[in-house]
Design a protein around this ligand. Structure first.
Ligand code: ZN
Length: 295
């Protein structure tokens, strides 16, 4: 990857036909992201450590006018900057897949939850996003997909159980799309799922790998890079089946995730394999096809 990524500048490269802001009724609004920033900044200030106060100040100042110009904080912990980044990422990836002959609908969307990618409460800084990306690339290499690009993102949740008396933990989730596959979808998906489980060392773990057809580009691609994180509680469902419920993060988890994100850049959670980013352009390495929009 190259080029410093500015959240606000990325919006001028959003293709309206693939803009989640216009295409998805439930996509976060600017008002929602402002409220989230205000809430996070207040929470940080209540704790009051120097690094909390520093992040709170940057969140509060994001989008403010300085000498007639708006300034943006470009922190991945900032809901406003992350929203703009998601708009660019979703629209650019969707356009690349659909318009640049990567052959949908013969593609899949995959989620992987590797138990190796987890950390205890208070230890999240030990999860190095660059190292996670490198492990992702190594696992994708093992799949030997040839010239097919793989595009995805890292997500995180705090997982706990309402059944077992165990402490909860942070869990990283990987979500990626593999477009341009020319195989019989159902049979192929099962075989691919087994290969992915082996490549990520999650064989035999229930629900660790889910492979779905790539059907609806903008909603599915927007799922790759999330800006809201939750606490997932394992429960026993109505018919005695294992189920999961999502809740808001507790204050200590919200702050720990915010600092973990803030230590990196807006593009850190993007997973690109067989694709490279040059400023606001994504280039498919093997096909030398570009996807960009000029201002
Ligand atoms: Zn910001």
């Amino acid at each position: 990857m190259s080029g410093r990524f500015h959240a606000r500048a990325s919006v001028t490269h959003v293709s309206p036909a693939y803009d989640p802001h216009q295409k998805l009724a439930k996509f976060e609004t600017l008002g929602m992201t402002r409220e989230r920033n205000v809430h996070l900044a207040r929470t940080l200030l209540r704790r009051g450590k120097a690094r909390d106060a520093d992040l709170a100040r940057r969140l509060n100042d994001c989008g403010s006018l300085t000498r007639g110009q708006r300034s943006w904080c470009n922190s991945p912990a900032c809901a406003i900057c992350m929203r703009e980044t998601r708009r660019w990422f979703t629209s650019t990836v969707s356009e690349l897949i659909e318009k640049r002959a990567l052959m949908p609908p013969h593609g899949v969307m995959v989620t992987v939850v590797p138990p190796q990618f987890r950390a205890s409460l208070g230890k999240l800084s030990k999860l190095d996003i660059s190292a996670l990306r490198r492990r992702f690339w190594r696992s994708i290499d093992k799949l030997q997909l040839g010239n097919v690009p793989v595009i995805g993102g890292l997500d995180i949740s705090f997982n706990e159980s309402a059944i077992l008396k165990e402490p909860g933990h942070y869990q990283v989730h990987l979500a990626f799309v593999v477009p341009g596959l020319r195989f019989a979808p159902k049979r192929f998906r099962k075989a691919l799922s087994r290969k992915i489980a082996a490549a990520f060392d999650v064989e035999g773990i229930p629900r660790a790998v889910v492979v779905q057809p790539l059907r609806d580009l903008v909603p599915q691609v927007s799922y790759l890079l999330k800006s809201m994180f939750s606490r997932r509680v394992s429960i026993v469902g109505r018919r005695g089946r294992a189920d999961t419920k999502s809740h808001s993060l507790k204050t200590c988890q919200l702050i720990e995730i915010a600092h973990w994100l803030d230590a990196g850049s807006l593009t850190d959670r993007m997973l690109l394999h067989g694709i490279r980013r040059q400023n606001y352009t994504l280039i498919s390495r093997h096909q030398h096809r570009r996807c960009t929009r000029t201002k």
